[in-house]
Ligand binder design. Sequence first.
Ligand SMILES: Cc1cc2nc3c(=O)[nH]c(=O)nc-3n(C[C@H](O)[C@H](O)[C@H](O)COP(=O)(O)OP(=O)(O)OC[C@H]3O[C@@H](n4cnc5c(N)ncnc54)[C@H](O)[C@@H]3O)c2cc1C
Length: 306
Amino acid sequence: MPKLLLAAAQTRPVRASVSALPISRKMVRRFIAGPDAGSALDVTRTLREQGLAVTLDVLGEDVTDRAQAAATAAAYRSLLAALSEAGLADRAEVSVKLSALGQALGADGHRIALENALSVAVAAKEAGTTMTLDMEDHTTVDSTLGILAELRAGYPWIGAVLQAALYRTEGDCRDLATAGSRVRLVKGAYAEPASVAHPRKADVDAAYRRCMDILLRGEGHPMIATHDMSLVADACATAKQLDRARDSWELQMLYGIRTDEQRSLAAAGVDVRVYLPFGTDWYGYYIRRLAERPANVLFLLRNLNS
Ligand SMILES: Cc1cc2nc3c(=O)[nH]c(=O)nc-3n(C[C@H](O)[C@H](O)[C@H](O)COP(=O)(O)OP(=O)(O)OC[C@H]3O[C@@H](n4cnc5c(N)ncnc54)[C@H](O)[C@@H]3O)c2cc1C
């Protein structure tokens, strides 16, 4: 189902009817803070009052022209300045997709994305917060980890994302489980071929468990990003067994999913960070959320014409 939906989402009629939905529609707003930085700051403030940290995503991906990539980097810089000015930067960082910063711009893509990401890292440092590089489909992993290594030379607090679905990821976890290294572990949201990724969900879940163990037993700062409550329970138990300090690891969940559990885990003394996207270019992000859960698609279909 997820693969089929992700494929259907690339077709013109589906994209046209779904992306014509106004962002104000409840089913879009469930996952997205709103169209602009103002709405994202408002939601960040509310989440902070609930004891939650935030990572903000300026929506957009697969940018195909240089000016647009530069504009995305500028949007992140002004968001970081606004977070600092609003006194929110101590509990809110940013998440960046390198394809939105130019990574897909042909032979120069790697360099353009690196330069744009560097400008965001400088702004994050000035604001007194951090940034994390989201991970996209498997064809981008080498370039993204390469850019991460270059950026970390000057900004070692930049976070990485690793996807348990990919066969390579256990090795990447071992490489990145080093002192100070912030690593978000996810299952993986992209439709990948069996040549590079576990096709069966049960195998992805098992791989996630192994990767989580490597990261929690390592020296870095694991960011366990999942709504799978059995994995969440295991993460909490392992962190306790290893005597990990509260601020040496965190749980992460997406805005709009398992909202009650986010609050109760934070109230129970675990650091919980919510991934909060905003902006008008929400189609790709929204479709991945639908693909993760068939019930979401049925809800969308029932409500499209209401
Ligand atoms: C903070 C964060 C950042 C992420 N960053 C990336 C990234 O950079 N790259 C990347 O490839 N992926 C990223 N993801 C997405 C991730 O790869 C998974 O696709 C997503 O988290 C669903 O997997 P799961 O671990 O929640 O487990 P699943 O087994 O998919 O879900 C477990 C349970 O959670 C609930 N649930 C999960 N998804 C939904 C949903 N969309 N709607 C409603 N309920 C749901 C359901 O009850 C489900 O049974 C991120 C996820 C999080 C939480």
